[in-house]
Design a protein around this ligand. Structure first.
Ligand code: LLP
Length: 867
């Protein structure tokens, strides 16, 4: 009876160390292999790494560690324990473990030649694959076991290869083996398991593929078999736009082309070995990176068939970079200088990563992951180089690399990135000739904390097109479930929505405020025990109903102009003057006089004021606004701290201020600081309290520390609600350190942003050169934030709230300015049409209060809902 022919369509699945170290993971491996075989009707090759940690142990043994026998004994015990966990008998591995032990008694063990080291290193995969085959078979799966060395053959040594890499970091043949697939497919079982990392050396011994070699083994097998796919199963969900450990907001990259993936793997991502991509790319075999713990996730697909998407896909950091700067006297146009220099690098076995050159200087970088760059090698290199030029070695450096298609055409979007690097000392900038990478080399210490900032700048500037859904998947924090979700907006509730549609019919554009939301925010802040006084910064929104609502909640009101002070007294009957603050900036002196006359607490922020108008301030109790020397905020235009800011008394002039105040019999009862608006970092205020308390003690008479506003709100799905609990805990902690002072806050945005919506009607819906635009009857005159700060506001079609939001629109206004754009790429129903009621969300703060009549367009209406 002849066996029915088994198909020869192959899929290769590779599992790394953590994926093969636990029983439940082997269950997953078995399930996945079977599923793939069933789905494709083809055959599956599983390639495995050693159990996690085993290769490190074997490396120590191969390196001749003194306690090698103990290490081998521990490895034997570990594998036997694992067999027990899998309910397999010790006989499964008996001969393999004996072979491992025998290597210590091998005559070669004394001198540890490279072929012996390769034999030692290769044991981990032989063991793990043998365990796996036995376990999978015991689960009734039809698995065959194969020695990878029978199939993967190391290439003959290349001319410049060291003896070490000829044995322990080999490349394998993967082309021109026409009958490989046929021979391989002749194996009797449908599913096979084999080892990563090992291959056959020309001399018949074992060769090693180098660190991360299992990925490469899978890729070789995939290429040799013309597999339909090579899947790399690992313990992360794929490649990310940055290392999630540094940047929790990094996005999963769901689809890349081979070249981008290669560049990302080479410049940082550890998830896929860079060598593994080329064989698949040349053989046209698609690759995927998938997560064994989260097999449902899409992972990263790498192939050549997708239309390339321009833009930065990832940012990475490599540490330990060595820069060698070579200054050549009269080097310009000197024949052979570069060749002389590079010959010396070759002589010391160093491969150069980046190169920068100037008229008299060549600087190169060495990447430690590609090179053995210890101090001896560098000293020897320097000695040789100093014969032909002046050498300077700069260490330790970090290389920060932006990877993506078309870097050159993206440069204009990178102004914030350049500005951020501008604050550091950049030793070298290098742009790769394949236009896929832009690298900045800076001091390692300067790189700390930089990646999250750069990552968000890349997104904000549009250089990293995270809206391209076929490329950018969820954020890491979403994947691990550590995101605090945004509340469902109040205006989506059917009753509120109906009410808004009625209000829109009265006339648009119209700002509508939900007073319940204002109260909710007020009560959240009232519940925070560490805060003694709460003021509302009315510049955010001075609608009388909002002022009355917050005053009724016990908030004082903070004003920046005499006009705002008048507005407060006119809107809130009986508002006590002591609950009103006046915190002006460069206001006319007449405003100070008028406001002081009303008994309002005035904050001053410079000495010149006291010097020029001593009589206005003599004998008063005042607050002092100090510039703490640093600022923050959602945009540089709202950063109000530091040398470049016009706000606050310089810390260097505090003593001068104290003396001037004393001379005028002025009592400084409060210290004030506000360093910016929309600050995401909840530790910011805690730090402020600490710094301000120092000044307050110096001044002596201070009772209150006012730490300003600045609390952020989540404007987009990508933003999280502010972590009030962390904020409150930080304040309580620092207040306990400085119990002498009361704490005051004066938020604006946080109180009102989410309470307000801007209702408009669509005017026209137009398609132009592939871009769909919907025009509104409100423009940048009604809501300036997008034009001024590139601020994001969600936009919805309130008339068609239940329709699928399936088409990208650019949403624009009727103002004669190119910046009159509310947002690009807003998903709206395809059916959106003129007269629809369109809603711009979270517009309660700095909306109406910044509106103008530009182009002779009337100010928006204002109304409120108080259900
Ligand atoms: N206190 C002082 C002294 C301020 O200057 C400000 C805001 C606040 C408190 C309230 O800050 P908030 O909690 O709202 O962040 N138009 C910009 C915001 C400018 C903020 C000006 N000062 C925007 O729409 O983002």
């Amino acid at each position: 009876m002849s066996a029915s022919p088994i198909a020869d369509r192959w899929i290769v699945l590779k599992f790394g160390g953590t994926s093969v170290s636990r029983r439940h993971r082997w269950n997953t491996i078995g399930e996945l292999a079977k599923k793939r075989a069933d789905e494709t009707g083809g055959r599956v090759l599983v390639v495995v790494s050693a159990l996690s940690g085993v290769t490190n142990e074997l490396t120590a043994i191969a390196d001749g560690a003194a306690d090698s026998r103990a290490r081998v004994a521990a490895l034997v015990a570990r594998h036997n324990e694992f067999l027990a966990e899998l309910e397999l008998g010790e006989e499964v591995l008996a001969h393999r473990l004996a072979a491992l032990q025998a290597l210590l008694d091998d005559p070669r063990a004394a001198s540890r030649p490279l072929d012996w080291q390769a034999d030692v290193l290769g044991q981990g995969e032989l063991l793990s694959s043998s365990v796996g085959a036995a376990y999978l078979r015991s689960n009734g799966l039809d698995f065959g076991w194969m020695d990878a060395r029978e199939w993967l053959h190391a290439l003959p040594p290349a001319p410049n290869q060291t003896a070490w890499s000829q044995r322990l970091s080999v490349n394998c043949k993967w082309q021109g083996e026409a009958d490989f697939k046929q021979r391989f497919s002749a194996q009797p079982t449908r599913m096979l398991i084999s080892q990563g990392f090992i291959a056959r050396h020309e001399d018949g011994g074992t060769a090693i593929l180098g660190r991360g070699g299992s990925d490469t083994s899978a890729a070789y097998f995939g290429a040799l078999l013309g597999a339909s796919r090579v899947e790399i199963w690992t313990d992360v969900p794929g490649m990310f736009s940055a290392n999630p450990k540094d940047v929790p907001d990094a996005r999963l990259l769901t689809r890349l082309d081979y070249y981008e993936a290669q560049e990302i793997a080479t410049t940082g991502a550890k998830v896929l070995h860079p060598r593994s991509i080329k064989p698949c790319r040349d053989a046209g075999v698609p690759m995927a990176i998938l997560d064994t713990e989260r097999p449902h996730m899409p992972g990263t697909s790498i192939d050549g068939s997708a239309e390339p998407v321009p833009g930065v896909k990832a940012i990475s950091r490599r540490n330990g970079i060595v820069l060698v700067s070579m200054e050549g006297i009269g080097m310009w146009q000197q024949v052979g200088f570069l060749s002389d220099v590079f010959n010396l690098f070759k002589k010391h076995g160093l491969s150069v990563d980046l190169i920068g050159s100037a008229e008299t200087n060549v600087t190169v970088s060495l990447d430690p992951s590609e090179n053995l760059v210890n101090t001896d090698v560098l000293a020897a290199l320097s000695a040789d180089l100093s014969e032909i030029c002046k050498v300077k070695v700069i260490v330790p450096c970090a290389a920060i690399t932006l990877v993506g298609r078309g870097m050159r055409s993206l440069l204009y979007k990178l102004s914030d990135v350049w500005a951020t690097f501008g604050k550091e000392r950049v030793h070298m900038i290098s742009q790769s000739s394949n236009d896929l990478n832009l690298t900045f080399v800076i001091d390692e210490a300067d790189a700390d904390g930089l990646l999250p900032i750069l990552h968000s700048e890349l997104i904000d500037s549009g250089a990293m097109p995270v809206y391209e859904e076929q490329v950018f998947g969820p954020r890491w924090r979403e994947i691990i479930g550590s995101i605090r979700p945004r509340q469902t907006p109040w205006w989506q509730a059917p009753g509120k929505r109906q009410k808004l549609l009625e209000l829109a019919a009265v006339g648009t554009p119209a700002y509508i405020y939900d007073l319940d939301k204002v109260r909710e925010r007020a009560r959240q802040l009232k519940a925070i025990g560490a805060i003694d006084r709460r003021y509302y910064a009315i510049k955010a929104n001075s609608h009388p109903e909002i002022l009355r609502t917050l005053a009724a909640e016990g908030f004082g009101l903070e004003c920046v102009s005499q006009g705002e002070v008048e507005m407060v007294f006119a809107s809130v009957p009986g508002m006590p003057a002591e609950r009103v603050l006046f915190t002006p900036s460069f206001a006319p002196i007449s405003e100070y006089q008028a406001v002081l006359a009303r008994g309002v607490t005035v904050t001053v922020d410079n000495v010149e004021l006291l010097q020029r108008w001593p009589e206005v301030f003599r004998g008063r109790a005042l607050w002092l606004r100090i510039d703490l020397g640093h600022g923050d905020g959602h945009h540089k235009k709202v950063n109000t701290g530091g040398k470049d800011s016009k706000f606050g008394l310089s810390a260097l002039r505090v003593d001068e201020f104290i003396a001037a105040a004393r001379a005028l019999d002025i009592r400084i009862t409060g210290v004030h600081a506000h360093l910016g608006s929309g600050i995401e970092n909840s530790g910011h205020w805690k730090q402020m309290v600490d710094e301000m308390a120092g000044f307050a003690r110096r001044i002596g008479s201070v009772e209150i520390l006012d730490i300003g506003g600045g609390l952020p709100v989540p404007y987009s799905d990508d933003d999280e609600p502010f972590d009030l609990d962390a904020w409150a805990a930080g304040l309580a902690e620092i207040k306990a350190v400085h119990p002498a002072f009361q704490l005051a806050i004066e938020p604006g945005r946080f109180m009102v942003a989410e309470s307000g919506v801007l209702l408009t009607h669509a005017t026209q819906v137009v398609e132009k050169d592939g871009v769909r635009r919907v025009g509104l009857d409100a423009g940048m005159n009604a809501l300036l934030r997008p034009a001024l700060y590139d601020a994001w506001h969600d936009i919805a079609n309130l008339s068609r709230l239940d329709d699928a939001r399936d088409v990208d629109f650019s949403v624009v206004g009727p103002i004669c300015e190119s910046s009159d754009v509310f947002a690009q790429r807003v998903k709206l129903p395809a059916t959106t049409m003129p007269e629809d009621v369109m809603l711009i969300a979270d517009a309660g703060a700095y909306g109406f209060s910044m509106a103008s009549t530009y182009n002779q367009r009337a100010l928006p209406r204002e109304d409120f809902i108080d259900a």
